[in-house]
Ligand binder design. Sequence first.
Ligand code: NAI
Length: 308
Amino acid sequence: MNDSPRSRDRAGWAGDAPAAASERPSAVSSPPGHDPVQQLLEEVTTEPRPRPLLDTSDLRGRVAVVTGGSSGIGRAVCLTLAECGVHIGFCYFDDGAASRADAEQTAASIRATGVRLHFANCDVRDSGQVDAFVAQVREDLGDPDILVNNAGIGRDRALWRMSNAEWEAVLRTNLDGTFFFTRAVAPVMRAREHGKIVNVTSVHGIRSEFGLSNYSSSKAALIGFTRSTAVELGDHNINVNAVAPGYIRTTRLTDRVPAEILDHARDRSVLGRLGDPQDVAGVVLFLCSEAARHITGAVIPVDGGYLL
Ligand code: NAI
């Protein structure tokens, strides 16, 4: 038998005879002879039917800004939101014909859903371009309700071989870009007393592996940024959260990461598989919905149990 002081306290509390309704502290006054606890129980048991787990009807007609929306996870996020009736402004980085083709393909799929669209080349490392992009989205689509900071890159290298350029490219894209977009959008959301911001960090912001000093630093910093932004924007009804994907099958991963590392990641995941962009997009959608209205400053791993 557990006889710790704590268990004795608990037993003492639970074993006390229920106080008469009139003796219980109550924040609200109730009619004489009415038991507020009983009233609550009645309300719970007479709920007609459970609400659907994820009702996205409130998202219809909203406006989302998605950074790095042309491919991979960003593309899945754009399409998932568009299918819920959200107008989409996405940016991408034009580094050649393939990136433009990706952007055009994403744009065509978004248009097919019937929502309005603005997309453009905008380098998230350049605050002037970011401000201009957000201004154009406001003009074309309206004020943003949702911001998904997804654009990101990796330049993996052992730290003693890492160049200044590799360090800076990753920090400036993954971290500065998120700061620039959040700063550009926050005043609009504050003025409207409504907003959802989701930052795409990584399991490698929580635990690291060889060659990721730049990437892990940027993604860990994003977690700090998510928390402090949540603190600063919470009283204006703005939720700020992060998703931390594990290994997700995008071309960034499949083209650049050696097969043995992917095998190792699959083995580490307790679900025994890599993720798909849609796995991440579904969680982003949830965080943008009112079902998640009481969640802020959270970091949600989407990793098949990789971190366990
Ligand atoms: P991706 O390479 O398919 O897409 C990256 C997107 O970011 C593209 O749209 C690209 O144009 C854009 N981008 C890159 N640099 C930019 C810049 N300077 N300015 C504007 N846009 C820029 O990559 P993926 O895999 O879809 O990754 C998306 C996010 O998810 C990144 O932040 C990445 O770090 C994160 N992530 C990805 C994982 C994976 O396994 N694929 C795992 C964990 C996190």
